[in-house]
Ligand binder design. Structure first.
Ligand code: UFG
Length: 333
């Protein structure tokens, strides 16, 4: 069978860079697209890479004219809920207009297979938990709305232009490649697990817990942490499904088990074998108390199964990566 070419938009980012390794192992030809505003150049070493911003329509057209692409996996997005509330334009331009550009150029070149990174944030404040794909879409911030709007236009494009697509709604992506070479590293970092670990590694002071008065057993928010390699495995299955059958699909991706912020801290203490000091601060605006995924649909339809259930293993991989990164930074200096 002819080797298929996959364009990975946002391939230098946290999840995208892990996806590149899985695609390479599965023998796809890969082209990475990234604007490198948040992506990491060292994460794409050894991969064919083009520096293009999705808002640069002319450059996108030139890329698609030059390359024969079979499918696009689209990870590029801004992901900070708080920032999206302060500067919604940034989110609607990058996440919505950028995706509209990408789809326009894809369709103009007759490329009709698309895997889209969406988020649990499209569900807004959960009406019930665990959340399945039938849950009402009611995002409560511009970040979630930018993703929900793309989901809506994908349905319209499928109907009108025969686009085949899969929407993957991530719960809390976590962990790192088990080899410790790549992992989660946002600037600034807002996510819980890297913040816990860097509070120790970089001695940044006590971890801030954002609220301990939620309606949960210990008062801190409960989240469903899913290993980044498991997330990427789901993209691979989604891609194969699109190539084999076409169609349009929506799947939640989580482990189906929730951990409170305090439980995550406890697990991290077990991994790094030292106490993690914390201070309780005010709630962060827009944090729902509990987000747990029901991912049975993708398990039943695609046979996806998360491989990493154990939170300590997930945190252990993040720790291994962050320690490596720190040692490398020290060496290069
Ligand atoms: N938290 C802290 N201290 C920190 C960082 C986080 O207490 O330093 C808390 C948060 O308040 C939240 C929990 O840890 O209760 C998890 O926070 P993260 O920032 O790690 O993740 P979120 O649940 O906020 O974010 C995830 C996805 C987003 C998505 C959002 C939907 O990463 O893409 O869920 O609510 F938008």
């Amino acid at each position: 069978m002819k080797q298929k070419t996959i364009l990975v938009a946002g391939g230098a980012g946290y999840i995208g860079s892990h996806m590149l390794r899985l695609l390479r192992n599965a023998d796809y030809r890969i082209i990475v697209l990234d604007n490198f505003n948040n992506g990491h150049r060292q994460a794409v070493q050894g991969f064919a890479c083009v520096e293009v911003d999705l808002l640069d329509h002319a450059k996108l057209v030139a890329l698609f004219k030059k390359e024969k692409i079979d499918a696009v996996i689209h990870f590029s997005a801004l992901i900070e809920v708080g920032q999206s509330v302060k500067d919604p334009q940034l989110y609607y331009f990058n996440n919505l207009v950028g995706t509209i550009n990408l789809l326009q150029v894809m369709l103009a070149h007759d490329i009709k297979h698309f895997v889209f990174s969406s988020t649990a944030a499209v569900y807004g404040e959960p009406q019930y938990t665990p959340i399945d794909e039938q849950h009402i879409i009611a995002p409560i911030n511009p970040y979630g709305r930018s993703k929900a709007m793309v989901e809506q236009l994908l349905a319209d494009y499928a109907h009108a232009y025969g686009l085949n697509y899969t929407v993957l709604r991530y719960f809390n992506a976590a962990g790192a490649h088990p080899n410790g070479e790549i992992g989660e590293c946002h600037e600034p970092e807002s996510h819980l697990i890297p913040n816990i670990l860097t509070s120790i590694l970089e001695k940044t002071g006590p971890l801030k817990i954002f609220g301990d008065d939620f309606d949960t057993p210990d008062g801190t928010c409960i989240r469903d942490y899913i290993h980044v390699m498991d997330l990427c495995q789901a993209h691979l299955l989604a891609l194969q499904q699109l190539f084999s059958y076409g169609g349009s699909y929506h799947y939640n991706l989580g482990n189906g088990k929730g951990f409170s912020v305090k439980e995550v801290i406890k697990s991290a203490e077990n991994v790094i074998k030292q106490p993690i000091p914390y201070q309780v601060h005010a709630r962060r605006p827009g944090d729902p108390a509990i987000l747990i995924a029901n991912s049975r649909l993708i398990q039943n339809e695609l046979g996806w199964k998360p491989h990493y259930h154990n939170l300590e293993v997930i945190i252990g991989h993040a720790w291994f990566f962050l320690k490596n990164r720190m040692n490398n930074l020290r060496k290069t200096g």
